[in-house]
Design a protein around this ligand. Structure first.
Ligand SMILES: *Cc1c(COP(=O)(O)O)cnc(C)c1O
Length: 715
């Protein structure tokens, strides 16, 4: 008994220690069944869960619930997954085996229990790792371990956003210390003109992929630097450049400490661009070649993905900041201050220009891309200045449209339905359009019922969250009405995004009377669920959020407009799985891609969006709804007014009538037809497996080839 109980406990630990569980609901089901109360208390964190449950308790609960075979089966599946030799990557990416892709990102969104992400960029990086794992592509992730993550959002009585910073307890995270060749914890060091920067390194296993995270909270650092990695996107530009020095240069030094030579450097956004220069320095010293040759060589295997369609969104650092933090590094490479600054300047001779991380990356990579077709175009226009002799269309920035990791975002109920209707192997073949053709064979009633049960689950989740919020704020009226908030038979619109002004989260409120008529229509009403954070220093964003929050508190709107606090992975998962319609109203062309709408499609929701980002290439007239025709206007007020008008018209004339047009069994069959058409036309395209394959085929393999040819290291 004692032996078998530690055995089960150990297997559960092994499951908890690999984030593979995050996309395998059957494992989550085991933890939930073992102790639903504890699972909720630890906020879906299996490491914390296992710390709190003894082997004897596991054995007892497992025996009561006959969980042995489920635990053993999950454990076996994990091992088979990790050891599976016949992956797509094994077949196609053999030349990356000894020299992997190294993927740098300032944030990684893998699960709510690991809050080292703020939004879309991080979620994308997390999805990239998971798909690289599923495909078996040799890849290593590098990022920062933020002690306090981004922030938790709490609204006050006036609907104003408050931020809480909570210290992570590393004992409750699936972290392993990374050791050097002598078995000691690996420490990386970067010298600056002020204090040296030190960091230790943690490793997280994401399926087959290793993610290494730098942590500056160690002895040897100044007190200030110990807090360097405490918050994501907090602090001033000095903190920011030190974080980026640590991420880029420190990150590349992890590889050196472990004798890993990158076949490809993939920089997810410019925060990590200094990694390029550290590679250059290493090669200069190792091969004894001058800067220019080493820089050229590194550019052959560097891939850069830009995400920011506004010039002001790119990190820029003043010359003295650069000199303070990279002066010693630059001297080691034998560059003058002006030569170094030139690497980050559009015009190398303009000494008034600051150092731009995106410019450094674009000047140092052979392969660069935006994250949707329209964003590719915007980026070529924005960076034409770097290639003044080329026409806009010849600027060497292409695009690979983002996609989402299907198994992370698909509701388990929908997964089951796909298993039975699309074939047991659909999940390993989902980049093939023919798999999704079979969606037509799903019975309308079955699909609708599955969707309705997910909507009910969402509504229960929202009510639970609102109850907690109302209790905290002492909103008695709200508490009395909780069970009347949201109605599963009403057309439910979800709108969750970062509250940045360009995203126009309040566009739907711009004609409030007209909206109110739709909310209160007795025959064909609608209801809206909002969520999202504003950046702590973005007061405009906070005011926008406040306006929505205030409506949601008011007697008149509280049952039909709700605001769910603390938008994170968990809130997003519930929303994208349960809404009827996903609303997206960015100011064109400022949405680089957007991925939340892609998560919605998989679960049977329909997009209602401005033709921007991914939707601009996805919408075919029948797989969702478009707001407007893709027009733009220089006068923002005019563009806003027009888009609002289009939004209301589309709702009134298309969305609402279609939703409430029912057949005799109460099913909106034309709506269901659109749900199916959305899955069919988009399910294989806007997913991370397709995206990562595109990166592999178009970028990683050619880049790795070029380096092996260059350095004579073929094979
Ligand atoms: C998917 C996701 C995002 C990105 O969505 P957008 O479409 O870019 O707004 C942001 N935050 C969370 C929590 C997500 O899950």
């Amino acid at each position: 008994m004692a032996e078998s109980s530690t055995h089960l406990h150990k297997r559960l630990r092994a499951l908890a220690d690999n984030l593979w569980w995050t996309w395998h609901p059957e494992v989550i089901g085991i933890f939930t069944d073992l102790d639903p109360h504890l699972w909720r208390e630890v906020e879906h964190n299996p490491v914390a869960f296992m710390n709190r449950i003894t082997p004897a308790q596991v054995e007892e609960r497992a025996a009561e619930l006959v969980l042995h075979s489920r635990i053993n089966y999950a454990f076996r599946r994990l091992n088979e997954y990790v050891e599976q030799p016949k992956t797509w990557g094994a077949l196609h990416c053999g030349n990356l085996n000894n020299r992997p892709v190294v993927y740098f990102s300032a944030e990684f969104g893998l699960h709510e229990s690991l809050p080292i992400y703020s939004g879309g960029l991080g979620i994308l990086a997390g999805d990239h790792l998971k798909s690289a794992s599923d495909l078996g592509i040799p890849l290593i992730g590098i990022g920062l371990l933020y002690q306090q993550g981004y922030f938790s959002q709490r609204l006050d009585k006036d609907g104003w956003q408050e931020e809480d910073y909570i210290n992570l307890d590393t004992a409750t995270l699936p972290l392993q210390p990374v050791l050097d060749s002598s078995g000691q914890p690996l420490i990386v060091r970067v010298d600056t003109r002020s204090t040296p920067l030190l960091a230790r390194v943690w490793q997280i296993q994401v399926g087959r992929i290793r993610l290494m995270l730098l942590d500056s909270n160690i002895e040897g650092n100044s007190l200030e630097d110990r807090e360097l990695t405490s918050r994501l996107y907090g602090g001033d530009t000095k903190l920011r450049i030190r974080q980026e020095v640590l991420l880029g240069i420190g990150g590349a030094r992890i590889l050196q400490g472990l004798n890993i030579f990158p076949g490809v450097l993939h920089l997810n956004e410019g925060h990590s661009s200094f990694a390029i220069l550290e590679e250059v320095r290493r090669i200069m010293e190792y091969d004894g070649i001058p800067f220019k040759r080493a820089h050229r060589r590194v550019s052959l295997y560097t891939v850069f993905t830009t995400h920011t369609p506004v010039a002001a969104g790119h990190d820029r650092f003043a010359p003295d900041l650069v000199e303070d933090h990279l002066g010693l590094f630059r001297e080691r490479m034998g560059l003058s201050h002006e030569e170094f600054m030139a690497l980050g300047r559009v015009n190398p001779l303009d000494s008034s220009e600051t150092f731009c991380m995106t410019v450094l990356a674009l000047k140092s990579c052979r392969r660069a891309n935006g994250v949707s077709a329209i964003h590719g175009t915007v980026s070529r226009l924005m960076w034409n200045c770097l290639w003044p002799s080329k026409g806009e269309a010849e600027v060497p920035i292409g695009h690979i449209t983002n996609g989402v990791h299907v198994l992370s975002w698909l509701a388990p109920q929908m997964y089951q339905l796909f298993q039975t209707r699309l074939g047991q192997d659909w999940a390993t073949r989902m980049v093939h359009p023919d798999i999704w053709e079979k969606v037509t064979e799903i019975d309308d009633g079955e699909l609708w019922e599955t969707h309705q049960s997910l909507k009910m689950r969402l509504i229960r989740f929202v009510r639970r969250r609102l109850r907690i919020q109302a209790e905290r704020l002492g909103m008695r009226d709200m508490l009395k009405q909780i069970e009347h908030i949201l109605d599963p038979d009403v057309l439910t619109i979800g709108c969750a995004r970062r509250f940045a002004t360009y995203k126009r989260g309040d566009l739907i409120l711009s004609q409030l009377e007209r909206l109110t008529r739709m909310l209160n229509d007795t025959r064909r009403p609608i209801q809206i669920i909002f969520a999202g954070k504003a950046h702590p220093r973005d007061n405009e964003g906070k005011e926008l959020l406040q306006r929505i929050a205030k409506l949601s508190y008011s007697k008149q709107y509280r049952t039909s407009i709700v605001f769910v606090e603390n938008y994170d992975y968990n809130v997003a998962r519930h929303l994208v799985q349960g809404v009827d319609v996903w609303l997206n109203t960015p100011r064109r062309p400022l949405e680089a891609c957007g991925t939340s709408g892609q998560k919605v499609v998989l679960n049977g929701g329909l997009n209602l969006s401005v033709l921007d980002g991914w939707w601009n290439e996805a919408y075919d007239g029948h797989n969702g709804f478009a707001i407007g025709h893709g027009g733009m206007h220089n006068d923002l007020a005019v563009q806003n007014a027009r888009d609002a008008e289009y939004l209301y018209e589309t709702l009134e004339k298309e969305v609402i009538p279609l939703y409430y047009q029912r057949d005799i069994s109460g099913i909106p069959s034309l709506w269901v037809k659109r749900m199916k058409h959305a899955m069919q036309s988009l399910g294989w395209r806007f997913i991370a497996d397709r995206m990562v394959k595109d990166y592999a085929e178009r970028f990683y393999l050619p880049a790795a080839m070029a380096t092996s040819a260059e350095t004579g290291m073929l094979g």
